[in-house]
Design a protein around this ligand. Structure first.
Ligand code: ATP
Length: 867
């Protein structure tokens, strides 16, 4: 099959004559002093004919129009289809740079052809593939008046360029000097057509040709010059996992001429340990990352290679490597961050710094310098680790302390990790800004010799490859500059990137990944990667099984997901130590959900009737709220724990009663009945029978039969309605329905007080702070939510620092003052976000941590009041 991209205007028919052009020569259109329009039209005609006779998209045109005649204007349409096929050089400096670049292109094309064909067109025909590209440089200026260095370079290009696909159309007066004229004209065909023989092409014809090219480029036949991944990577079983990573890991990128292009990380001879990939949106960066991952994973087993994959943009690139519905996952992947955020990026870096330390210690013990040495000496296999970070600049381009910290870690990582066999591939659309943040190119980039630059702007090309290397600005889609020498322009290779997407991905790569997974499972060499999805809501239910007492037997609540590799949810133990209360601050829908999750976690761990749950509901009635305290009460009750729901009006008295019951009241003598138990019971009698608690990871609720369980002699009302365990008649009077004494002694009984929206409790009794202070050692824990810190302060009383009673504090959407207070650092940097909270358990954590709080708990959705 002959590729439709191969036709090229080796000759052009203009004005009745045939002129050699692409791959064959250059043309000098002599400028006419008498009829300048005519010579301009002639130049346009050559350009237009060259374009019309070359496959769409294969010819780039560069124009230097010194006298601003505007002859390139009708060709502008060439750039309409998203491809920059026309490049206007607006100054002598631009012209000089373009000539330098074209010389590089010529050199690189000769390299690619390796002397196997006389011209680029012959080489392409032989390969039946459009390698490299053609360029027509049109210079409309007085040659003799151009700076000497430009003249010299133009002469070189005119001589060496055509065979490599670079031709010149010189639109100029001839040099006056006859000797000079002969020398200069040598590489050109002197085009001079008597005007009477010439039928001028008009602007509309040119526009039509340009338009036709952009239209054709929409046709996939001209748009996809894919080199399928399996043509550069052997995907057969014979080579599967045959690679040893002892002296580095090698992956394929694509084709450069006849050669498959491979890159090795960890190559200690050339000190190539890290790589940088850049490319504008849509130029194929995601595809390239996929090519790299598949190539590595076909070559190296999970024993030889571990991958840490982070994607900081919204996207699906890494999704196929996570665990799929059928259980399969990429066995070499250890951690994957989808829509990762800075905290997770930071935690991955910290995790790898730990790994680096561990490895160096191991090496030292074995008297080895580095991973290669260690493996050689001991014969023990230690994997290479490759960390790939897509859009890495998002970790470091906020102007704050955390960004600076991450930038400095990253800079150290690329410098230090090599000895431990940890390599980093950084990818980005735009790095200009990030490099400045990282202290300029001398810090980070100095450690990254491998530069892979997909098409991008001139400035991004320079940022990636170096100030004098703009080659990436002139690439075609799916081509990349691979430069293994810190961006030195002499080492640019223009590589056609292999394609790992579309149907090929579905039909070949998906089954291949499954095969890898099966092999790894059979060989017991894998476990699913830790997957962090920064945008996904956290569901309490999926963590419920982890709500188990800690090592000392204290019940724990789950506060949410930690943003760390291999982390379990943050568990806050509520043992009988001073300070074991939890304060939640701020607003947002997550806060009551979080508090409900606490209650469900505690219910899960409470022996039946060994805990007493008191829900203080001071929230404003809000029909739009997805969960209500009534639902929570019902759910808890269905677990057989004692639960009292107290509305706002009765909170003050309830607190006084609890304090009095435990001998913690601060002297109030009037303890009046405060809870309207009858009303509460009425509101609740229809709940429970058809609710399957086990579905939610909670202990089974008593069956409807057991509501009249004769064994215990309890009545339905004992369990199905709220239990007024509080002694409404005074501390000493027995209560008919209390379970105290049923199965637990009062001493074993834990009391959990959940305060929802406590700001709205107008008159908090002073017993409240006494309870917070002395409760935990007596088995009473307060888990309260205040929107405003000032309300909390007020309720704690002026004499004490209430926060001392709350070891655990969690901030949601709140202000800097609250953050400063709960962390004890007024300047603590934290910007509240929707799906995040800042949590600190002062007795169990060194420092506050950002968590993903729960967004959903398994409460049955209640019909809204009034519906
Ligand atoms: N080497 C290639 N050969 C053929 N088609 C390709 C190649 N690389 C990418 N493509 C196609 O080009 C399109 C853009 O590719 P890709 O998504 O990889 O770009 P990107 O630079 O990652 O874009 P973005 O940053 O916007 O996600 C896709 O449709 C992809 O299938």
């Amino acid at each position: 099959m002959t590729s439709p991209m191969l036709p090229v205007a080796r000759e052009v028919n203009v004005g009745g004559g045939t002129w050699p052009l692409l791959c064959n020569g250059n043309i000098w259109v002599e400028e006419s002093l008498v009829n300048s329009n005519y010579s301009i039209a002639l130049t346009q005609d050559f350009m237009c004919t060259a374009l019309a006779n070359t496959a769409p998209g294969q010819l780039n045109v560069m124009v230097y129009d010194e006298r601003l005649t505007g002859f390139a204007a009708p060709f502008k349409e060439l750039n309409e289809g998203g491809r920059q096929l026309l490049d206007i050089l607006s100054s002598k400096q631009d012209l000089a740079l373009a000539i330098t670049r074209l010389k590089e292109q010529v050199r690189s094309t000769y390299d690619m052809m390796q002397g196997t064909a006389p011209t680029l067109a012959d080489f392409r025909e032989h390969e039946d593939y459009p390698m490299g590209g053609y360029t027509l440089l049109v210079v409309a200026a007085n040659y003799s008046l151009l700076p000497k260095d430009i003249q010299v370079n133009l002469d070189i290009l005119a001589t060496a360029g055509p065979r490599a696909g670079v031709s010149i159309i010189m639109h100029s007066l001839l040099p006056d000097d006859e000797v000079m004229k002969n020398i200069v004209l040598k590489p050109y065909q002197h085009a001079w057509i008597p005007q009477e023989n010439y039928y001028e092409t008009n602007a509309n014809d040119i526009i039509a040709v340009a338009h036709n090219i952009t239209e054709k480029l929409k046709d996939p036949a001209y748009g996809t010059d894919s080199i399928l991944f399996n043509t550069v990577e052997n995907l057969s079983d014979d080579v599967l996992w045959q690679g040893s990573s002892i002296d580095g890991v090698t992956f394929s990128v694509g084709r450069y001429g006849k050669r498959n292009v491979e890159i090795t990380l960890g190559d200690s001879l050339n000190q190539r340990h890290n790589a940088l990939i850049t490319g504008a949106v849509g130029q194929g960066k995601s595809n390239l990352i996929s090519v790299i991952i598949h190539s590595l994973c076909q070559r190296y087993s999970p024993q030889e290679l571990e991958l840490y994959l982070l994607d900081f943009k919204e996207g699906v690139t890494l999704q196929p490597f996570c665990q799929q519905a059928d259980g399969a996952y990429l066995p070499q992947a250890r951690a994957i961050g989808l829509e990762a955020d800075r905290e997770f990026g930071l935690s991955v870096l910290e995790h790898l710094f730990d790994e680096h330390r561990k490895r160096l210690k191991l090496f030292k013990e074995a008297g080895a310098q580095n991973i290669y040495d260690y493996r050689k000496k001991t014969g023990i296999i230690i994997s290479r680790i490759v960390l790939i970070i897509d859009e890495f600049q998002m970790m470091i381009d906020s102007n704050d302390e955390k960004s600076r910290h991450i930038a400095s870690l990253l800079t150290n990582a690329v410098r230090l990790f090599r000895a431990a066999g940890i390599h980093i591939i950084l990818a980005s659309q735009t790095i200009g800004n990030s490099m400045a943040l990282m202290g300029g190119e001398n810090t980070l980039l100095a450690q990254v010799p491998i530069r892979i630059a997909l098409k991008n702007s001139v400035s991004e090309s320079r940022a990636t490859l170096g100030m004098n290397n703009e080659a990436a600005a002139y690439l075609r889609p799916h081509e990349t500059i691979v430069n293994l020498n810190y961006g030195n322009p002499k080492d640019n290779d223009t590589v056609n990137i292999a394609y790992a997407g579309g149907e090929f991905e579905e039909q070949t790569l998906l089954p291949l990944r499954r095969k890898w997974w099966q092999y790894a499972i059979n060989a017991h060499m894998t476990r699913p990667p830790f997957v962090f999805d920064g945008e996904r809501d956290r569901d309490w239910q999926s963590d419920a099984s982890l709500a188990v007492p800690d090592i000392s037997g204290s019940p724990v609540v789950l506060a949410g997901g930690r943003i760390e590799v291999d982390s379990e949810p943050l568990a806050i133990p509520l043992g009988r130590d001073a300070g074991r209360n939890i304060a939640l601050f701020g607003s947002g829908e997550h806060v009551p959900v979080e508090l409900m999750g606490f209650a469900l976690a505690l219910a899960r761990q409470s022996k039946e009737h060994a805990a007493h749950f008191v829900i203080l509901d001071a929230m404003l009635p809000d029909p739009s709220r997805p969960y209500t305290c009534e639902q929570l009460r019902n759910m808890l009750q269905a677990q057989g724990v004692q639960v009292d729901l107290v509305d706002r009006r009765h909170i003050t008295k309830t607190i006084q009663e609890i304090a009095a019951q435990h001998g913690l009241n601060s002297g109030s003598d009037a303890l009046l009945p405060t809870v309207d138990w009858e009303a509460a019971a009425d509101a609740n009698t229809d709940f429970g029978a058809d609710f399957d608690a086990t579905k939610f990871g909670l202990p089974p609720q008593p069956s409807s039969d057991s509501f009249s369980n004769t064994d215990t002699g309890r009545s339905t009302a004992d369990i199905a309605v709220p239990m007024p365990s509080l002694d409404v008649n005074g501390p000493s009077a027995p209560t008919s329905t209390s379970h105290l004494g049923d199965e637990s002694t009062a001493d074993e009984m834990e009391t959990y007080i959940f305060g929802f929206g406590l700001d709205r409790v107008g008159r908090m009794p002073e017993e409240f702070s006494t309870l917070c202070d002395q409760g935990p050692t007596n088995g009473i824990h307060v888990l309260g939510w205040w929107r405003k810190y000032s309300a909390f302060e007020k309720q704690m009383g002026i004499a004490s620092d209430g926060l001392d009673f709350f070891d655990a504090r969690i901030a949601f959407q709140t202000d800097q003052r609250t953050i400063g207070n709960i962390t004890g650092d007024p300047a603590f940097e934290y910007t509240p976000e929707d799906n995040r909270a800042l949590a600190w358990d002062a007795s169990n954590m060194n420092e506050p941590a950002i968590i993903i709080p729960y967004a959903t708990v398994p409460l049955p959705i209640a019909p809204h009041p009034g519906i």
